[in-house]
Design a protein around this ligand. Structure first.
Ligand code: C2E
Ligand code: MG
Ligand code: MG
Length: 541
């Protein structure tokens, strides 16, 4: 504002108007004042004269107008100031929102990438390079599936706060989405990075208690220390590759990036592409392994085992591609193809080979299939199409999967049982066996994992251990089947323990459908002569 230019002592014009004919000097002052006001000099005022005539009235009016304008202007300026402050805050909030994860309040991917770029550029100027840890929670999906998304969100928040506890203020914890987290140590050696990774595993291993829920939320961690010339994307990809390797190796594992990991990842992604086409181009083949009665060696049925006849790599075993099929979502088509083809095969055999009415086909089913609401209808439709009684079919589901006990899974199991299809827990003894669940689940058979049998003759006390497991299964009202019987001694021991059925290389390796048809045509008993010998040497059981 300009200072008031009005004179302190009364000027000429203030003494009164001019005589007639003379020009009134107040008019010039008025014009001058109006020009100044129009220029924004709102503090401009004119001293009225003592005449108190019309010109003075105009002067007073102009002064009042100037005053009014000055006040309005001041208010206006204050308002502009407060709006600008609000805008600035909104901008800051938006920036924060764009850079942070809404659920946990941690930095998000954008913020992490910015921070990595900054740390890398500092390293270019002589600082130590940054280290990046990528964490993926193991079995977080189970938390969501079993307890709902609210519980899942609370677990993620708790994980975020625990991870914040293991880092310093200068480090950054970020959530990259889902159950994936990252820790950026702006300048750190591999030693330090490993210390932080181990601490992270420790804090995550502690049980998370939410109301009446107890959740374990372990993680797999990939570690990568930056190298010169790397950009943020490359560092993240390397850490991700290491994390991926950790995940594949098991739970609660830390893996440091090695270049060879990139190669195996590429190979895997190529395999994934090929596997997607394998079902459509008829590259999957089925082999069958007999399941026999241990007392008579009579063939009770077969387990169907899928293989991939790869045009270049030859016959690939299922352990190599089933986990991949589950990961990339192909397992659904694969399991349904196996179910359809093997039931069709069973229908043909029943027509052509005059099999026993009770001859059973065992089909492995991924736990993911139990989540499909149409699974039971699909199986019912196939049994009808191939004219098969439901008791001919047994589905094998691995122990780890069945224990999850989601609502849809339970619905599928109960409906299958109601339909008359047998349900068997596969690989029993390898997962998280809780004895009580054996009695709660709608299963009728338990297939004991071959690892328990492998140590039967070598490990002290294993004999008693296997016998106890067998008793346990029986006490739960279930039937036990042993897999991986490789020797005559194992077969006899199991028989003497009172186990009724089993399978393994001792009796027969898995074989293609045609070979199995030939076998079923010529014989109903496997290793019959050895069985007779065995029976002679152990006359009573
Ligand atoms: P599994 O269901 O436990 O199948 C038994 C595995 O043990 C088969 O391996 C079989 O060849 C092998 N085996 C049988 N007898 C012996 C023995 O005396 N000694 C030894 N060392 N091994 C024996 P395979 O065919 O490689 O199958 C591996 C796993 O792949 C299966 O384990 C099953 O979990 C999965 N799988 C196979 N076919 C399918 C399928 O169609 N769908 C799904 N979801 N999984 C399948
Ligand atoms: Mg099986
Ligand atoms: Mg098994």
């Amino acid at each position: 504002m300009h200072p008031c230019p009005g004179p302190r002592t009364a000027p000429d014009h203030a003494r009164g108007p001019m005589s007639t004919g003379q020009r009134d000097p107040r008019l010039a002052l008025l014009v001058d004042s109006i020009v100044r006001l129009s220029r924004g000099e709102l503090s401009s005022r004119i001293e009225p004269s003592s005449a108190r005539d019309e010109v003075d009235a105009v002067i007073t009016g102009v002064n009042l107008l100037a005053e009014e304008l000055e006040q309005v202007y001041e208010q206006f300026e204050k308002r502009v100031e407060s709006r600008t402050a609000m805008l600035r805050q909104a901008h800051l909030d938006m920036m924060k929102m764009a850079m942070s994860d809404g659920l946990t309040g941690l930095a998000n991917r954008v913020a992490l990438m910015d921070a990595i770029e900054e740390a890398l550029s500092l390293a270019e100027n002589g600082d130590s390079p940054p280290a990046l840890l990528l964490l993926d929670l193991d079995s977080f999906k189970n938390v969501n599936d079993r307890f709902g998304h609210d519980a899942g969100d609370r677990v993620l928040k708790e994980v975020a706060s625990r991870l914040n506890q293991v880092v310093r203020d200068t480090d950054m914890v970020a959530r990259l989405g889902g159950d994936e987290f990252a820790i950026l140590l702006p300048a750190a050696s591999l030693d330090i990075a490993m210390q932080v990774a181990r601490r992270a595993l420790e804090v995550l291993a502690e049980r998370i208690e939410l109301d009446n829920l107890n959740v374990h939320s372990r993680a797999s961690i990939g570690v990568r220390v930056g190298t010169s010339g790397q950009n943020a994307e490359e560092l993240l990809l390397d850490a991700d590759t290491a994390m991926y390797a950790a995940k594949r190796e098991g739970r609660s594992i830390i893996k440091v990036f090695e270049p060879v990991m990139l190669y195996s990842r590429q190979l895997r992604s190529q395999m994934a592409t090929e596997l997607r086409g394998a079902i459509a181009s008829d590259e999957l083949v089925l082999h069958y392994q007999p399941v026999v009665d241990l007392a008579s060696h009579r063939i009770l049925g077969v387990e169907v085992l899928v293989r991939w006849q790869h045009p270049v790599r030859g016959l690939i075993p299922p352990d190599t591609f089933i986990p991949l099929a589950e990961e990339i979502g192909v397992i659904h088509d694969l399991d349904r193809w196996v179910m359809t083809s093997s039931l069709r095969q069973l229908g043909q055999w029943r027509n052509d080979l005059h099999l026993d009415e009770d001859f059973q086909l065992r089909v492995n089913l991924s736990a993911l299939e139990l989540k499909q609401l149409d699974l039971v209808d699909f199986i019912r439709g196939l049994l009808r199409e191939f004219d098969l009684p439901a008791r001919c079919l047994v589905v094998e589901i691995t122990e780890t999967a069945i224990v999850t006990r989601g609502e849809v899974e339970m619905y599928s199991l109960l409906s299958l049982k109601q339909l008359g299809v047998g349900i068997e827990i596969d690989d029993f003894g390898t997962g998280y066996s809780s004895i009580s669940y054996l009695r709660e689940l709608p299963v009728s058979m338990v297939k004991v994992d071959r690892s328990l049998l492998a140590e039967l003759d070598t490990r002290p006390g294993q004999h008693e251990f296997v016998a106890a497991i067998l008793q346990l299964i029986r006490a739960a009202g279930l039937e036990a089947v042993f897999e991986g019987i490789e020797t005559r001694e194992q077969a006899q021991t199991l028989r003497d323990m009172g186990c009724s059925s089993g399978q393994g290389f001792y009796f027969s390796r898995p074989m293609p459908g045609d070979d199995m048809a030939a076998l079923l045509t010529t014989t109903h008993h496997l290793r019959a002569e050895e069985h007779l010998e065995g029976a002679r040497s152990t006359p009573s059981r």
